[in-house]
Design a protein around this ligand. Structure first.
Ligand code: CA
Length: 240
């Protein structure tokens, strides 16, 4: 049992947060490594090859963004930023450097565990991409048939345009994680210009209407203002 546990590295200088997260993850069946500084984190990362990293940005020796920059050059392990910095620019900077998600302090235990599961699941999906035929995504009343490019809400088909479908499918492949506006635009239209974010917002408004949701109340796609969009997590029972 202990041999196939996911290994998670926590890089956090505040002792109480570090031990809280360590206990929480260990209780949920993960193997945990901890570091107090960016340098220690780098050393443990290289020697232990963890499956996921939880990273504080305000570290005593270096900025956590430096860690993301260094690791991302060579490694794909998901990185979740755990930070008291709450400005949109800081979140976008971390995500654009290659962090997979962020959690703002203070955070809830259920939220942290959900984000860890989502990040590990997405990286498993990526590792097996191409090996699995199309398949299906379900989250509450939302379901997507990737083979037939069809979307259903509570069993009723929702007629989407090609672009709207591509956006919904993209977000579902990253469910549970926030995707920045720029990352979505790049994936859908290939390049960014000053009108693309507006184009994305127009498409999202149409998707929301077709999903039958009221303004500001899409239960399937959450708008993280100033940062990006997050599709709700895939139903847990779909996990292998
Ligand atoms: Ca700190």
């Amino acid at each position: 049992m202990s041999n196939n546990k996911f290994k998670i590295l926590i890089i956090e200088d505040e002792a109480n947060i570090r031990s809280f997260v360590e206990t929480l993850l260990a209780t949920n069946g993960y193997q945990v490594l901890t570091a107090r500084t960016c340098a220690m984190g780098n050393a443990l990362f290289l020697s232990h090859n963890p499956d996921l990293v939880i990273l504080d940005l305000g570290l005593p020796d270096r900025d956590g963004l430096e860690f993301i920059r260094t690791v991302r050059k060579r490694f794909a392990a998901p990185i979740i930023v755990l930070s008291a910095r709450t400005t949109e620019q800081d979140k976008v900077a971390a995500l654009d450097l290659g962090a997979n998600d962020y959690i703002s302090k203070p955070f809830g235990t259920a939220e942290l565990i959900a984000r860890v599961r989502a990040a590990l699941r997405t990286s498993r999906h990526a590792a097996s991409a191409g090996a699995l035929p199309g398949g299906r995504f379900t989250a509450g009343g939302l379901s997507i048939d990737y083979d037939r490019r069809q979307v259903f809400i509570n069993g009723q088909e929702v007629k989407l345009t090609q672009t709207e479908y591509n956006i919904v499918a993209l977000l579902s492949e990253h469910s549970g994680r926030v995707m920045t506006y720029a990352a979505i635009v790049r994936a859908i239209w290939g390049e960014t210009d000053c009108g693309s974010t507006k184009k994305l917002q127009v498409n999202m408004a149409n998707i929301r209407k077709k999903f039958g949701s009221r303004p500001g109340d899409n239960p399937y796609i959450l708008n993280e203002l100033g940062v990006g969009y997050r599709m709700v997590d895939e139903d847990a029972e779909k996990e292998p």
